[in-house]
Structure formats: C-alpha cells, structure tokens
Design a protein around this ligand. Sequence first.
Ligand code: PAF
Length: 275
Amino acid sequence: MHIVSTIPQARALFEVLPRPLGFIPTMGALHEGHLALVARARDESAAVGASVFVNPTQFAANEDLERYPRDLQGDCVKLQRGGVDVIFAPDAQAMYPDGFSSFVEVGEMGTRFEGAIRPTHFRGVATVVLKLLNIVRPDVLYLGQKDAQQTAIVRRALRDLDLPVAVAIVPTEREPDGLARSSRNVYLTPEERAAAPTLHRALQALRLAMAGGRAKADAIAAARALLSPLAELDYLDVVDADSFEPIEELRPPAFVIGAARFGATRLLDNLWIDG
Ligand code: PAF
C-alpha cells in the first residue's frame, strides 16, 4: 500500500492502477461505516484508492474543524487491512494553495435541511469531491447513505458537470441499538449516547405511519413524541431522493430524514425508501 500527500505523487500512482478503480473519499477517524465502503469497493474493483482529508471548506467559522477527530496512522492501518492500494492524505495547503478561489456552487438543493443550518457546507463538499475526482480519476465513487443530502448533491454535481464517474451508495452501518455509525458519536456523553437511538426510532415510526396512510404532518408529530427529551430536533421530513425536495407521500425513491442535537453533538440519520 502507498500513502502519498502531494497531488503529483497521487496522480502518478493512481494513473497506473488497474481498472476499474474504486475511490472512497473520507475525512478520517474511520469507523465500521467507512470500512463497509472499502469492503464494497474492494469486492467490485480491480484497485481501490481512498483519501483522508479534513476539508476546511466544508466547515463554517463556528464549527468543529479543530475539534474534528484525527488519527492518520490508525486510519492507514484500517485502510491497509481493508485492501486499499493507495491513500491520498494531503494537507490543506496542497488542496487549497494561496490564491485558491474557485468553488462548485450547488444551487438550491444545498440550501435546504443541512444546508439551511450549514449554509456553505455543501459548496465545500462538492468542491473537494470534484477536486479529488480530478486527481484520482476513479471509475466508481463510493459514498455512505448516512449523509443522504451529500449523496444527492454530489450525484447532481457530477451529472451537471459531466464527470464520467459512477456513484455507488452504500447502506448505513448501525450499532446494535440502531444508532447510525458516525465519527461524531465519540463526542456523546453516556446519557446522550443512551438517548441517541431515539432519532432512528422516530424515523422508523414516521416511515411506518406514512406507509399506513397517515398524513405527513400527523406522522411527523407522532414520530417527534418518540424522541428523548435530550434531543433538540432540527428536522424530520420525507424528501425526494434526487431533488431533496420535501414530498407529502412516501413515494420512492425517497429518504425519510432527521437531524437532532444531543448536547453539543449533532446527529443525522435517514431511511432509504425504494420501490
Ligand atoms: O462525508 C465525508 O466524510 C466528507 O463530506 C467527504 C465526502 C469526504 C468530503 O470531504
């Protein structure tokens, strides 16, 4: 396995890997969810690349960039065990040299839900993902379903900007009590950790109620009641999977989505509704 930190080194190595090449972009602090992406890419590709880069442009000034967990050595061990051939781990200066000023604008889809709370977040995500794809030039990009809005925005950006890369969305890995695996779970206190699975339960209840014919507003009110008193809800909704616009019926392909704060930690979750 190779670990490289500069763009020329990365280009030189990725260029000579066998095809199809699968690629997993990450911000490190890898958990089972990331490793599921690696395993799927390993199964489906002749070669696998991954990046580890805590991308500053997707954090707002008031967010946790400095606090974001970092463990490059541990991440490299996990990626090597998962069968990754090349890891690209640049620093911020390599990705955003002085004078950097071009960004991918993601349009209205990036202003709803996560985008309403984190207005510049998806612009940063789309920009770094397109940069990484231009450096790595993979055949397939692997993304986790947990960040559902991110998957919709990236797929739209690749389509709009004609990047010849397929996207594979890998289902969310969960703890035994249903909590979606996330790098942010380590910040939860024991009480918050015990309360956190109520977000998943609320999403399941919302799906069940709407599948049973209940009106969305009613179903949302019933689902909210299942949340722990420790949860401060940002949103619960049902959206079209491609446009991320709210929809009134449980019409596939769709996501049932939710986000809530447990103390200082914001958690996201969703359920995929297919045909
Ligand atoms: O999902 C993430 O970890 C990040 O948003 C990504 C896709 C690696 C871009 O920085």
